[in-house]
Design a protein around this ligand. Sequence first.
Ligand code: ADP
Length: 319
Amino acid sequence: KIEAGRATINQSTFDLHGMLQDLKSMFQVRLDEKGLVFELIIEDRVPQTIVSDESKIRQILINLIGNAVKFTKHGQIRCIVDAKYCDNDEWNLMFQVEDSGIGITAEDIQTLFQVFQQAPGGIKEGGSGLGLAISQRFAKMLGGQISVASEPGVGSCFTLEIKVREDKSAQPGRKTPRHKISGIKDSKGTYRILVVDDVKESRELIASLLTPVGFDVIEASDGREAVDIWNKMHPHLIIMDIWMPVMNGLEATVKIREKNGGKAVPIIAATASAFEEEKQTILSTGMNGYLRKPIQEQDLFDLVAQCLGIEYTYHSSEK
Ligand code: ADP
């Protein structure tokens, strides 16, 4: 799509600081598991509300932070965000993602942003070698670029620079849960929710939100596994990532819909896609709802309640 020049910029006004905090929580489980420290440093001058393509910025940062986590065994990852004012509310934003991981040789840096290029460490860890190539193209569409400095055995630092506009007038429409959910009202049994995603952190994030409320969360890492689990366990609801290896979410949905009982099961699509047009395609394939990643807690709970026809109970005292 990018190569064909059909990728478009979708601008909106959003809370940059909030988005960065969301990204941090998205990676938290994986970071804890690996015993890595993650530091998010946002300099005071960085504007809060900006106008830009939120999905593309998010997708680039997920790629950079995801790689940092993937290629670091010990130590820490730091994401430092800084800004330089130009004029007319225009800012240059700079995001640095620094890790203490395996590093990249000068030779491998040459080809890093080309499609399907992986350094030896990358080949070992798996992946597609597409992430950085796409991220670099997105960065260019946003009027900037990604650069890298690295030393093998010491670590890497990826820098994303883009141009954005500050929206001083806007009050970002950020959703924060009104009250903390404590459980399911008048629950007549346990609801099984199947979460399908090839990225472990994404599955774990959803599970960490749903499990404490009393849902039984089952995980699958691709479409084929999801179809198998559907056949065996008949979950009450499925949250399905769209882009996955082996069998993608749309194919898996078609397969599940073909099976007995699978016509009625609510399926919610979850995607980090930066392509807004895709939402319509997804909904037109018979999915019951659409969640944009990284998932907002309230959106998730609202959609789950709507699909299952349930209500929640809430903690009475909210700080
Ligand atoms: P993928 O991670 O799917 O292979 P990417 O385009 O995101 O694809 O990355 C390409 C390659 O660059 C990786 O396979 C890896 O070899 C190297 N790389 C990227 N980020 C890092 C990092 N933080 N530390 C070490 N190597 C990295």
